[in-house]
Design a binder for this molecule. Structure first.
Ligand SMILES: Cc1ncc(COP(=O)(O)O)c(C=O)c1O
Length: 411
């Protein structure tokens, strides 16, 4: 190692955005959560048994047999080239009628969101988000030096009336209108809420009236455990204002790092142009090979059964164990429950005690751009086994009860 590193390291050479955001990250607190010896109800990780190891091994063999010379080449062979068609077919089944020229492949949904940001955002632009929202997306938006405005979420999704009021107010005052509105309409992260068809329609009307794009992030839409799906916003959109972002992270595995964006062809051309780094052609060929013979569709059915069981267990454990004053939603799909703790309990302050009691979660405040969510915890039922979920909720209950007793003793 060189021993003449400047005293402040290389901070002075960092970009303004890095210097402004480097201390403000919640990621430091993640380490204590990730490394804790406790039941993990914190991250949206799939459960280990959900990974199709054997099926991917067979799919890899089939791929190498068919394309020995090009499966590992820069752009791969016909298998890699076939992935957009698989995505278009899946999208069509969900009501999105798109050509393969309207699909841009990415390294996961995160990379798709980043590509949308690179394409649409300038410093000082405004982005509207749900409040709370996926903190990975907040982190990306902050990298673009934009103004972020959050809007409440109720049981029908983003409160569109509040969005409409804010847009009208800004227009009347000659203030900046948003370039993008980011929304997670199905089994929202972190609240688990699915937005109603009416709210989706109204967002599209607003996008049209006030000239902004809707960024629809939908990693959980296919993981529905009951009921029927409202049409994706992209399926309702007749004017091309929606960019639909999706991923195989939750339906195959996060490690395949493959996602996509669906948008009008001229927008896709810009995504193709701006997104550097080459394509993981092998992974793409592998997914095409895996999806053949209905393997992917079958896997999604199996995943729904596995997650439904975990969701049901979490609901039952919360019902039987949590003290009065605790409330929660019951999501019809996805990975998350959004739990409000009894009055007077701060979820971030409770976390070290909860870890000692044997459970980790993410405090609600992590999901807000500004203040909010102090009494909330996001619980993920995706990773732990049903029996571990019950253990985790028991530990959470113990921590909450101890906190209530301590508060009562102080009074
Ligand atoms: C709403 C939302 N968008 C995107 C992602 C990330 O997807 P990917 O792993 O494909 O980058 C997640 C994962 O946690 C998520 O919850």
């Amino acid at each position: 190692m060189v021993n003449s590193t400047p005293p402040d390291g290389f901070d002075h050479l960092y970009s303004d955005v890095v210097r402004e955001t480097m201390d403000g990250s919640v990621y430091g607190s993640w380490r204590s959560i990730r490394d804790a010896d406790a039941v993990s109800l914190s991250f949206g990780f799939p459960y280990p048994g959900s990974f199709p190891n054997q099926e991917l091994l067979s799919a890899a063999e089939e791929l190498f047999e068919a394309e020995a010379d090009c499966a590992l080449q820069y752009s791969g062979g016909e298998y890699a080239a076939g992935l957009p068609k698989i995505i278009a077919d899946q999208a069509r089944d969900r009501g999105i009628d798109c050509a393969t020229s309207e699909i841009h492949l990415t390294n996961g949904a995160t990379n798709a969101i980043d590509t949308v940001c690179q394409t649409f955002l300038d410093s000082g632009d405004t982005v509207f988000v749900e409040s709370p929202t996926f903190m990975g997306a907040l982190r990306l938006f902050r990298n673009y030096d934009v103004d972020i405005s959050g809007f409440d979420v109720d049981e029908d999704g983003i409160v569109v009336d509040a969005v409409a009021d804010e847009l009208a107010k800004r227009q009347a005052a000659g203030e900046t209108l948003p370039t993008l509105l980011y929304t997670i309409p199905n089994f929202h992260n972190p609240t688990g809420v699915t937005s109603s068809a009416d709210r989706r329609e109204r967002l599209l009307e607003l996008a049209e009236t006030y000239d902004f794009m809707i960024l629809e992030d939908d990693p959980y839409g296919q993981l529905r455990y009951e009921g029927t799906e409202p049409p994706p916003i992209k399926a309702l959109d007749e004017t091309g204002r929606t960019i639909h972002v999706n991923t195989f992270s939750k339906t195959i595995a996060p490690g395949v790092r493959t996602g996509w964006a669906i948008a009008e062809a001229p927008i896709i051309e810009q995504f193709d142009r701006i997104n550097a780094g080459g394509e993981p052609s092998f992974t793409r060929g592998l997914i095409t090979s895996y999806a053949a013979n209905g393997r992917l569709d079958q896997a999604i059915d199996d995943l729904c059964a596995g997650y439904r069981e975990r969701r049901d267990q979490m609901v039952e454990s919360l019902e039987t164990r949590m003290p009065p004053g605790t409330t929660w939603n019951e999501p019809a799909g996805g990975f998350f429950m959004w739990v409000e703790l009894p009055e007077g309990i701060d979820a971030a302050e409770l976390l070290p005690d909860a870890i000692d009691a044997g459970v980790t979660y993410l405090p609600g405040s992590f999901f807000y751009h500004e203040a909010g969510g102090e009494r909330h915890v996001r619980l993920s039922f995706s990773h732990a086994s049903p029996s571990a979920i019950d253990e985790g909720i028991k530990a959470l209950t113990d921590a909450v009860r101890t906190e209530i007793s301590a508060a009562e003793a102080d009074d």
